[in-house]
Every structure is written in C-alpha cells, then in structure tokens.
Design a protein around this ligand. Structure first.
Ligand code: FAD
Length: 290
C-alpha cells in the first residue's frame, strides 16, 4: 500500500518543531528515523497531514556525559551511533548490547534511540534497557520541558507520556554503580526479528557483604510496557546470586508475569522462556559485577 498524501518539513529548532506539532490547523506527527513510522504510513495505520522531521535539529544531535556522570542522548541520535560511541560502550554497555539486538544494521543506522523509546513497542529492546538503567525522559512542549521517570514514561502498548504537541527531546541515563554488572538476553525466531521475550538485568554487588545489593530486572515482550517485578528483584537482593536465589527469582517471574497469547507465542511459552532467560542473564550480570 501507499501512504495517504502528507507534507514534510524539517525545522532547525525545538521551538519550531513544537509550534508545528501544536498547530490546531494541522495533524502533524514527529518523524525521526522513520523505521517504525514509515511502515505505519504505508499500511495507513497512521495518516498525518504533516511530518515534522526532527533529525535536522542540531540541539537534538547531542550525545554527551555531564559532570554528574549521566549520559544524555538527544532525539536525533541514531541507534548505531549510540551503540558505537566509546563512552556508551564503556559506561552503559547494557544500552549498547540492547541496541545490538535491534533488527539489522540498516535499521539501526536510521532508527533513533528516542524514536524507539517514543514508539513504545512492548517487544522492543530499548524501553526495557532504559527502565533497567533508571533512565529519565525529557519531554518538551508548548509549556516548556518536564522530566519523567521510566516508571511513568511507558503508559501502554505504543503509548507514552509524550502528548501529541510534545517531543521527547532527550533521554538521560545515570551511570550504573562501580560494582554493577549487566546482561541482556532475548529469544527471537530468526536473527534480527522482534523478540518473543527478553530481559534486561542490572545487578550491584554490595562491597561489605559480597551479596546482591541492588537489582533492576525488566522484561520485554511480557506485557504492554516493560515489566519490572518487585518479587523477582526481592528474590535476588541480599543473596549470593547462587542456584537457590536464581531458582527463587525464576519462580517469582513465573508467578508474576502475565504476558498475552499471540500468533508468535503462547503466554505460557513466553513466561517460561522469560524465567529461563532471567536465570541466564542474572548469572552473567553477577559475573560482570567487579
Ligand atoms: C525490518 C525492521 C525490523 C525492526 N526490528 C526491530 C527490533 O528487533 N527491535 C526494535 O526495538 N525495533 C525494531 N525495529 C524498529 C526500529 O527500532 C525503529 O527505529 C524504532 O522503533 C523507531 O525509531 P525511529 O527513530 O525510526 O522512529 P520513527 O519511526 O521515526 O517514529 C516512531 C514513532 O515514534 C514517534 N517519535 C519518534 N521520535 C520521537 C520523539 N523524539 N518524540 C516524540 N515522538 C517521537 C513518531 O511520531 C512515531 O509515532 C525494526 C524496524 C524495521 C523496519
């Protein structure tokens, strides 16, 4: 199919983009990498009158680390650029690994980090990684900017806290602790496919007790938004991340996850796979805790 007719514009400032999105006379939509939106246009699942391309806005091309050690990724930063960035690979390897699982190089060289987050596909890798890393989302609209936590950003399938007249301008990711370890695991039918289910894990080793002092575990493909279960994290905290603790965490995942059935997998298959991937990811993350 072909898209319905639309106009295209590429503003050079965030203020211009926000003004276009807020214009009541036109049904405008942000386009970033276009890797999700263009297929939606072609299938006529979206019919905007105007596409506002935000990738030509210099202020949104920023990828930097601030004085407090947090990583800032602007809305125009492509996935491939973020994954290849030495600071990201050194300080936020979970993010780089998650991006490595997205589609194919062609997709990652066009798709943006913020575009994937704003699209909020339940099976996508970046939303789970961002939630595991406790990312903050900077949203800019007619009234200025506001910052939203990962807990509040993902609202429902393909729905976030970003309003139609707003823009996700950047994602801010705090530095993981010095004694933390990470892992990202997922199951796909074929390399490059969207995952059936996945898990992002960030563990922290307590320096005094040599046990798990911090745990953030987030599942993708297991619900409408990235799923974080307190029972899974509680089963790990204070343990040596040994066999017994991992079995407890897996039991908590089996009991707590409520994925849905679809043409790709049954809910039971998703739940069991998630529990297996959790054990594997926690083992790797714990080994990586320095
Ligand atoms: C063949 C193929 C395979 C893929 N495989 C995977 C995969 O395995 N895993 C995965 O996670 N993704 C996959 N994708 C999707 C890819 O990651 C997209 O790049 C991503 O979902 C959207 O990023 P984008 O920059 O292309 O956004 P676009 O497609 O431009 O936009 C997507 C949506 O987000 C909105 N949007 C974009 N940026 C912003 C912003 N800054 N503020 C507010 N709204 C915004 C748009 O209006 C639109 O609604 C695949 C895509 C293709 C075509």
């Amino acid at each position: 199919m072909k898209p319905t007719p639309f106009d295209y514009t590429a503003p050079r400032t965030v203020a211009e983009a926000v003004a276009l999105l807020g214009d009541p006379a036109r049904d405008a939509k942000v386009v970033a990498g276009g890797q999700s939106l263009i297929p939606m246009l072609n299938m006529r699942l979206a019919r905007p009158e105007l596409l506002v391309d935000i990738t030509r806005i210099p202020d949104l091309a920023r990828l930097s680390v601030d004085s407090s050690g947090s990583l800032h990724i602007g809305a125009a930063v492509r996935q491939a650029r973020a994954a290849a960035d030495p600071a990201v690979r050194r300080g936020w390897p979970l993010l780089a690994a998650a991006i490595g699982h997205i589609g194919h190089p062609q997709i990652r060289s066009r798709g943006t980090v913020c575009g994937s987050l704003a699209h909020s596909d339940p099976a996508a890798e970046l939303p789970a990684a961002a939630r595991a890393l406790d990312a903050r989302f900077v949203i800019t609209g007619p009234g200025g900017s506001r910052t939203v936590s990962a807990e509040d950003f993902f609202v429902a399938t393909f729905s976030t806290a970003v309003e139609p007249d707003e823009l996700l301008t950047e994602v801010v990711v705090p530095a993981p602790g010095a004694r933390s370890g990470w892992a990202f695991e997922e199951l796909t039918r074929r390399h490059g496919d969207f995952a059936t289910v996945g898990v992002a894990v960030l563990l922290e080793r307590d320096a005094t007790t040599d046990t798990v002092g911090g745990a953030r575990v987030v599942f993708s493909g297991a619900g409408p938004v990235p799923v974080r279960l307190a029972a899974v994290e509680d089963a790990l905290l204070g343990t040596d991340a040994g066999e017994e603790a991992l079995a407890g965490a897996a039991r908590a995942a089996l009991a707590g996850l409520t994925p849905s059935d679809d043409v790709h997998a049954s809910a039971a298959h998703r739940r069991e796979t998630a529990a297996h991937l959790l054990v594997r990811a926690c083992t790797t993350a714990w080994e990586r805790c320095s």
